[in-house]
Structure formats: structure tokens, C-alpha cells
Write a protein that binds this ligand. Structure first.
Ligand SMILES: [Zn+2]
Length: 87
């Protein structure tokens, strides 16, 4: 009789675990379809040098003063660095 109770408990616990994984699986499917706008490479960002908006993935990345800054072109990056060091 005790064995049967333990067996039922294991089945019940196992079913709860399966349900949890099924829910987690479908939740991950749903979140994958939603647009993730937290930090994607398709963000439009502004060039701090010339003010142009451009796609982050097409920009030039530079680390200035410990911060990561994106520029529309190599020239803008170099101009920005030159302006900084001139001050
Ligand atoms: Zn620019």
C-alpha cells in the first residue's frame, strides 16, 4: 500500500515536471517570435559627430573614454576623436 502511494507521488511529481517543461518550451517559442528591441543590431542610432541616423550594424564602433560609441563612418569616428583630443 505504501509502495503504491510512493508510486503515485512519483507519477504526480513527474507529470508536474513535464507540464513545467512544456510550458517553458512554449513560452520560449512565443518570446522568440516577439521582436526583441532591448539591444539588437538593427537599432537606428545617432552619430554623435554629424548627427546622422544609421543602422548600428553598419556603423563604425569605437571605444572612447571607456564608452562604446557608434559612428556612421570612419571619418566621423576620426573627427570625433580629433575633436576630443583637441579640447
Ligand atoms: Zn557621421
Amino acid at each position: 500500500m505504501v509502495d503504491l502511494l510512493i508510486f503515485l507521488l512519483i507519477v504526480w511529481g513527474g507529470w508536474r515536471l513535464v507540464k513545467f517543461f512544456i510550458k517553458a518550451y512554449f513560452d520560449s517559442l512565443n518570446s522568440a517570435q516577439e521582436p526583441n528591441d532591448s539591444d539588437t543590431d538593427t537599432d537606428l542610432i545617432r552619430d554623435p559627430q554629424c548627427g546622422t541616423y544609421f543602422l548600428k550594424q553598419e556603423g563604425v564602433r569605437g571605444v572612447i573614454g571607456g564608452r562604446t560609441v557608434y559612428f556612421c563612418s570612419r571619418q566621423c569616428y576620426e573627427r570625433y576623436v580629433a575633436n576630443r583630443s583637441a579640447k
